[in-house]
Design a binder for this molecule. Structure first.
Ligand SMILES: Cc1cc2nc3c(=O)[nH]c(=O)nc-3n(C[C@H](O)[C@H](O)[C@H](O)COP(=O)(O)O)c2cc1C
Length: 501
């Protein structure tokens, strides 16, 4: 199977095998990327970020297509701030820490965001880096780089700086870089969706060409996903998950791009990226599928043999529950760990479960398993959930949350979270259909689903927390997965004592 799986196996946590490790504070990575002396456009002040607009679930399921005729700097600024802006601060002065609109393993924020724009009012055509600390756009290149003929067009590029995460998580960090990037990708797509814009998303491109265009030092920073949108994206275009959307292909394919201040990618005096990460990234470059898993092949996690397998249809509730608006949900989202046992109505959990669906998955190999406590019309159990077909398959009845919390490095608070949502992957299917590159797609999709759960939970007044720290084999056993299957991420969700505002 693909190089991604051997990386995944090699970076599995095993009980007794963690060995403590230590953090070298002398090599602590810079948390914000800084370019020196390049022209910077200060983003306009925004006053309506938390505007109370439509409830989150109406935004999600009853979209209004309202592509603006003109896209101005203020609108772009709002998009960027909601996508990856600073939403909270703890401490002051030298101790200040800034939280963002998306979660990040260990709050290390390995991702950076770039945007190529053309035809935007008040902004010169070009490629920019989103400098979220200084609230500006740093111009890296001037000109039109997208082949789109639309009145205006833009593309977001999500990159990851390996060392930000590997400083703490060592070899396992590549997983977190991709999961974090998935959160960011989905947040961006939801921001655009909330503005009535249909965007294309893809993670299949020529690494070398794209990293060169972004001007980054690809031994340290790499692009993992692109999101593009324009005044007129044809429906067909927006549905494409193909190689690279023609409309947004970089104009000057054969151009040799200069690096842009590669030293900006240096994060500390010693920022050596583990070779296992660079190798895993290279090994997942190929997009050639092995073809061993045909599209019509059953891909159920059928190896998860249950004692009482039965499938139940759970349609999406007709009435959308009272909820925060999308903007409020993004702004208030935080990782919560103070779970309590509390009653949850059928409408609430069904709404939550239905939010676990990607409109355009990067790969179709990520499945959702849920270990839950009891809720209205929902016995405690282990379920396989498919929002697309509205099917919940009971694998086992009983409460598996204690076992799951135990497998998650004994993070004891987890056992009180009503839902443990595991993102599980059938590697054979992923590589058969998507080639080694499928490893990246699967982890990106898992992060994307996690972001939806975070926001949906927040909108419903519940808590959520991503869990990347777990003993891989133990969690696989808890979720009854057969060989060739893995849990790649888990998010906990449920009622909490009180939401911080
Ligand atoms: C991929 C990923 C893995 C995470 N793993 C854990 C975890 O194992 N335990 C935990 O308590 N929090 C975990 N978190 C939550 C982060 O600690 C949290 O996002 C970060 O501290 C920033 O805080 P915020 O989410 O409140 O903005 C994870 C988050 C992500 C995105």
């Amino acid at each position: 199977m693909g190089g991604g799986v051997s990386y995944h196996e090699r970076t599995a946590y095993r009980r007794g095998g963690l060995g403590g490790g230590f953090l070298d504070w002398n090599t602590r990575p810079e948390i914000f990327k800084t370019y020196q002396g390049l022209p910077t456009v200060v983003l306009p002040e925004l006053d309506d970020l938390q505007r109370v607009s439509r409830p989150f679930f109406k935004m999600l399921w009853e979209p209004v297509r309202s592509v603006p005729d003109r896209l101005d700097l203020k609108t772009l600024s709002r998009m960027l701030t909601l996508t990856y802006g600073i939403t909270a601060q703890s401490g002051r002065g030298a101790d200040a820490f800034f939280f963002r609109s998306v979660p990040s393993a260990g709050a290390l924020y390995p991702c950076e965001l770039y945007v190529a724009v053309q035809g935007i009012v008040d902004l010169e055509d070009g490629l920019y880096h989103y400098d979220l600390a200084r609230y500006g756009l740093v111009r890296l290149r001037s000109g039109r780089f997208l082949s789109s003929k639309a009145r205006w067009a833009a593309a977001f590029f999500v990159t990851t700086l390996f060392f930000r995460s590997s400083w703490k998580y060592r070899d396992r960090a590549y997983r977190y870089c991709l999961l974090d990037a998935g959160h960011l990708v989905e947040n961006a797509l939801l921001v655009l969706h909330s503005d009535g814009i249909k965007a294309c998303v893809w993670d299949r491109f020529q690494d070398k060409e794209l990293n060169a265009f972004l001007g980054v030092d690809s031994q340290r920073e790499v692009c993992v996903a692109v999101i593009a949108f324009s005044h007129e994206v044809s429906a067909e275009e927006a549905e494409t998950t193909g190689f690279v959307s023609e409309e947004f292909r970089l104009l000057e394919k054969s151009h040799t791009w200069d690096l842009v201040q590669p030293e900006a990618c240096r994060l500390s005096v010693s920022d050596k990226v583990p070779s296992s990460i660079l190798e895993a990234h290279r090994a997942t470059e190929s997009m050639e599928a092995s073809g061993t898993a045909k599209a019509d092949e059953p891909h159920e996690a059928a190896k998860a043999q249950g004692d009482q397998e039965k499938t139940r249809k759970i349609p999406r509730p007709k009435v959308v529950p009272e909820s925060l608006s999308f903007e409020e949900s993004v702004w208030r989202r935080r990782s919560q760990r103070n779970y309590v046992s509390a009653h949850v109505s059928r409408q609430i959990w069904q709404t939550l479960w239905h939010s676990l669906h990607l409109d355009k998955a990067l790969c179709d190999g990520v499945e959702i398993f849920i270990a839950c406590g009891e809720a209205e019309d929902l016995p405690a159990g282990l379920y396989a959930w498919k929002a697309a077909s509205q099917e919940a398959r009971t694998i086992f009845s009983g409460d598996f949350r204690r076992a799951s919390a135990h497998a998650c490095l004994d993070q004891g608070w987890l056992r009180h979270a009503l839902f443990h949502v595991a993102y599980v992957v059938d590697w054979k299917r992923v590589f058969g259909t998507h080639g080694p590159r499928g490893y990246r797609s699967a982890l990106l999709d898992a992060g994307r689903l996690g972001q939806r759960l975070y926001l949906a939970s927040t909108a419903l007044g519940m808590g959520c927390c991503g869990i990347g720290a777990y003993y891989d084999d133990e969690l696989r056993t808890v979720f009854r997965l057969g060989s060739g299957w893995d849990v790649v991420y888990l998010t906990a969700s449920g009622p909490v004592k009180k939401l911080r505002s």
